[in-house]
Design a protein around this ligand. Structure first.
Ligand code: TA6
Length: 303
């Protein structure tokens, strides 16, 4: 029996949750309920789509996203772990760690009392991953699909030494036109501006996008809201266990260089990532556990 059949036999929940092959060796879970639809890839436990019933999709996936084993997928909610950004010690190691490009095991699925569907995935360690990260730190990702989308990333340190961890849920949100969007909630927050060689600055008022934006906002646990006048909605981004919020849009030239953003893709996406990066790194002592949690919700809004 192939893996898709095994998954459907062990974890399918009638029409609510089914598994299928999305592309060559890329298996996805399809969630369909009265509240929402979502697609989640087993590689990286990566949410690829989420759409509450009656809404436009909330999570953006590039029309040129490539699905191949070991390759990151442009869009959705890539999990950056156990480091965020460039590897602190070696530039030839993959940016944003390896969690998003390795297979995960589906531990269990359930339908919650409120009708939401919950899936819990566990990262599968390997000799390759242990070479990159020689620590015993099992990683779980719990994804709850309903009118809101909840994601919790839990790292447990089962080794004998303290580990320094950086991480992020690198979420691509779909917007009507990024040039007309305002991002609020980070006013007066300090940030590192990657576009200006990580120069430190302080946010003044809402964030708007009219060129490449790549900022790591530090020491903030605040809720962030994407105000989208084209789609006439606000996307609320709540988080716990996260000291950093990263705002990124590659704009025109960077998109062209990346080659998998699709024609004008940058106009319809905005990353607001919740994580622990730079000085917000997590020092996880032996026996300790750390969870990063987010919840995304959409509210109709005329402005
Ligand atoms: O989170 C923003 C960022 O670090 C940008 O600097 C850009 O590199 C982006 O992530 C995408 O990274 P990726 O490795 O997915 O192409």
């Amino acid at each position: 029996m192939n893996l898709v059949d095994t998954l459907n036999q062990q974890h399918a929940l009638n029409e609510t949750l089914q598994f299928r092959e999305q592309a060559e060796q890329s298996i996805v879970a399809e969630v369909r309920t009265a509240q929402a639809e979502a697609t989640i890839a087993l590689q990286g436990a990566q949410v690829l789509s989420w759409r509450p019933v009656g809404e436009e999709p909330v999570i953006w996936l590039s029309p040129q996203a490539r699905f191949a084993p070991g390759k990151s997928v442009r869009g959705g909610v890539p999990i950056c772990w156990p480091w965020f950004g460039a590897h602190p010690g070696s530039s030839d190691l993959p940016a944003h760690g390896f969690a998003r490009t390795v297979p995960w095991e589906l531990e269990f699925t359930e339908v919650l009392a409120g009708g939401e569907v919950r899936l819990v995935f566990r990262l599968i360690e390997s000799e390759d991953s242990e070479r990159l990260w020689p620590y015993i730190t099992p990683l779980l990702c719990s994804i709850t699909v309903g009118r809101s989308l909840g994601i919790e990333l839990t790292t447990r340190n089962e080794g004998g030494e303290t580990v320094e961890l950086t991480e992020a849920l690198h979420t691509y949100f779909q917007v009507g036109d990024v040039r007309q969007v305002d991002v609020v909630g980070l006013d007066r927050c300090e940030y590192l501006d990657k576009v200006r060689d990580f120069q430190r600055d302080t946010q003044s008022g809402p964030i708007s996008v009219s060129s490449e934006v790549d900022r790591v906002y530090l020491n903030t646990n605040r809720e962030v809201v994407i105000k989208d006048p084209v789609l006439k909605r606000h996307i609320h981004i709540r988080k716990r266990g996260s000291g950093s919020s990263i705002v990124w849009n590659p704009w025109i030239e960077k998109s062209r260089q990346m080659g998998d953003m699709g024609e004008d893709g940058y106009l319809h996406m905005l990353c607001v990532e919740s994580g622990n990066a730079f000085e917000n790194a997590i020092l996880l002592e032996p026996g300790a556990e750390h969870s990063l949690w987010v919840e995304y919700a959409v509210e109709a809004a005329g402005d």
